[in-house]
Design a protein around this ligand. Structure first.
Ligand code: PEP
Ligand code: MG
Length: 599
């Protein structure tokens, strides 16, 4: 039995932050508070119960304040996330509704809180946008903190861990993750979590390997178990055999050599051997990611997802708050370009404490530009903030989810109206602003010839383009075989978009995840993309891949690829032609073309 349980076992999750670490597991029990029961409170004691709840919230707020103050300098940039959690603690959706529930149903505070949290989480999880879905985790983490105070459970103190370990947790909140001391914590794995969760964002900032979404790792793994975390592949190996250990030690060293060779060259331009320059940009969700973006060699910000600022506070930010954040990003990046995307949320479900949010099909519903055009005040507020920020640097604006010319024209009219309301300042800003659209709805690809006449650039959002072309939910793990950007229908879509953009002399960029995979670089180069935007960590790898290729060779490969009718055939061509460049990117090996590159 004991022998059996120590057999090597591989768990598959989501690669939240790349790299490999090997070490002993340290279980962080963040789940104890799940075991709370329901009991009724006598009407005479309801006020006491409400006071007990308020005290627990206040205590959580004090803890958060202390954590924010004690956050090490290198993580200050993440304290916005902690601030968001502090705001959530007193958010109407959570705070007032729990108090209401205690009073109305005469039940204990723990149970009332659990009830409110589970309905809020359902609401967020029902949203099609992965980013918004991930906010359900914030709610869980905040409520865990209150529950801990209510039931008197000790708060996890990751900061106090004094040995070199790999953290294993059911879930880690951003506050907990930010207590990680790099000299002690090698990496972490969690049962919960998505790629867009805050915890994953922090892991990438810290640049420690992390795998999330493992389901039940914290139940299977015991303290001091030897584990391997491969954050690039999204794999965790428990009780590795001698042979596996040797293999992963080599992989780890190869990966480290590869990263350091890559980062030495991160700031060099991504110019092919035959002289074609590819601009490589960063996607960011938070202003705080700007510095890591520059450190990883970003030529600018190709996609600033602005949704984050609209989350958590229970109401939308005002123009001043938006302007402050945008200006920060624009000033730091200047003269590099910053592409600010207007709000891409699923309808009005995120506002206030409404729970009548059920669109039956949110991915096909009142999302992104559709929402903004329907809510002109929200749109005007953001457009004015963007225009004002544009005076501080090099700004482009991009509209998401454009499906027809009418939407594009209305969006542009709204932009002109915002500029007009700002007077001469607005006119100056508008004159300097490049206006583009995301190409992520097949209808926009079909109409690309007309769309191209009315914008300065296209940026292809493959995450949604694949979703809407293949009729799959982009977050459905059972449909990954259909969620493949190299599939011929997607390549044809991309090619048509690029060809129309070039014919009309406008910029042609890509900011979907497809751009972050070095395996795709030869195809994107050969198709004629001018700019690729991706998570900052991927930049050095993609730049390196481009520097090791010839544009002519990539064009030839694409000519061959476009004659293929299946994904397998496409992949075969890429492997045949570019196999020598792949091992470094995918297996953590040493890529000779990186190691040999001269300073
Ligand atoms: C995309 O759809 O490819 C994209 C970049 O936008 P998002 O992932 O934010 O929907
Ligand atoms: Mg999209």
């Amino acid at each position: 039995m004991a022998e059996d349980s120590r057999q090597e076992k591989t768990l598959h999750g989501i690669g939240a932050s790349p790299g490999i670490c090997i070490g002993k597991a340290y279980l962080v029990d963040t789940e104890g508070v799940d075991v709370v029961g329901k009991y009724f409170i006598h009407r005479d004691h309801l006020n006491d119960e409400i006071t007990r709840f308020k005290t627990a919230v206040q205590q959580a707020l004090d803890d958060m304040k202390k954590i924010i103050e004690d956050t090490p300098a290198e993580l200050r940039e993440q304290s916005d996330i902690l601030e968001t959690h502090s705001i959530l603690l007193k958010d109407k959706m959570l705070y007032d509704r729990t108090i209401d529930t205690i009073r109305r149903e005469a039940i204990n505070a723990e149970w009332a809180l659990k009830k409110v949290v589970s309905s809020l989480k359902r609401m967020f999880l029902d949203m099609a946008n992965g980013y918004l879905q991930a906010r359900a985790e914030d709610i869980s983490q905040v409520s865990d903190r209150i529950l801990r105070n209510l039931v008197g459970a000790p708060t996890v103190s990751i900061g106090a861990i004094d040995k070199r370990v790999i953290l294993v947790a059911h879930d880690l909140s951003p506050a907990e993750t930010s207590q990680i001391h790099l000299e002690r914590i090698m990496g972490f794995i969690t049962d919960r979590g998505a790629r867009t969760s805050h915890t994953s964002i922090i892991a990438r900032t810290l640049e420690i390997p992390a795998v999330t979404g493992l389901g039940n790792a914290s139940k299977i793994i015991h303290n001091d178990d030897l584990i391997i975390v491969d954050g690039s592949a999204g794999i965790v190996i428990i009780h590795p055999s001698e042979q596996t250990l040797v293999k992963y030690e080599e992989k780890k060293m190869g990966y480290q050599r590869y990263r350091s060779a890559l980062s030495k060259n991160a700031h060099k331009p991504a110019r092919t051997r035959d002289g074609r320059l590819m601009t490589v940009m960063a996607n960011i969700e938070l202003p705080e990611e700007v510095v890591p973006a520059i450190d990883h060699g970003a030529d600018g910000i190709g996609l600033y997802r602005t949704e984050f600022q609209y989350m958590g506070a229970g109401m939308f930010p005002d123009e001043e708050q938006l302007f402050d954040k945008y200006r920060d990003v624009v000033e730091v990046m200047n003269p590099r370009p910053v592409t600010i995307r207007t709000l891409d949320i699923n309808g009005d479900k995120t506002v206030g404490d409404r729970d009548d949010c059920g669109e039956p099909n949110p991915a096909l519903g009142m999302r992104a530009i559709r929402y903004c055009l329907k809510n002109p005040e929200v749109f005007q507020t953001q457009l004015r903030a963007i225009l004002r920020a544009a005076l501080y640097g090099n700004v482009r604006i991009i509209f998401p989810m454009i499906a027809c010319l009418a939407e594009l024209r209305q969006a542009r009219a709204a932009l002109r109206q915002a500029a007009k309301s700002l007077g001469s300042e607005g006119a100056r800003a508008l004159a300097s602003l490049k206006v583009g659209i995301m190409i992520e709805v097949p209808a926009a690809v079909i109409m690309a010839d007309y769309m191209a006449r009315e914008v300065d650039f296209f940026s292809i959002g493959t995450n949604d383009l694949v979703q809407y072309t293949m009729a799959i939910d982009r977050d459905n793990r059972d449909l990954v075989h259909l969620n493949q950007p190299l599939a011929p229908p997607i390549l044809r879509m991309v090619k048509r978009t690029v060809d129309e953009a070039r014919k009309h002399g406008i910029g042609i960029y890509m900011c979907g995840e497809m751009a972050a995979d070095p395996l795709h670089a030869p195809v994107l180069l050969g198709l004629g993309l001018e700019e690729l935007s991706m998570n900052p960590q991927s930049i050095p790898m993609v730049k390196n891949m481009i520097r090791s290729m010839d544009e002519a060779e990539a064009r030839n490969a694409v000519a061959e690829i476009m004659t293929k009718a299946s994904l397998d055939e496409v992949t075969e061509v890429i492997e045949k032609r570019f196999a020598d460049l792949l091992p470094a990117a995918f297996n953590g090996g040493v890529n000779p073309s990186v190691a040999d590159e001269k300073e």
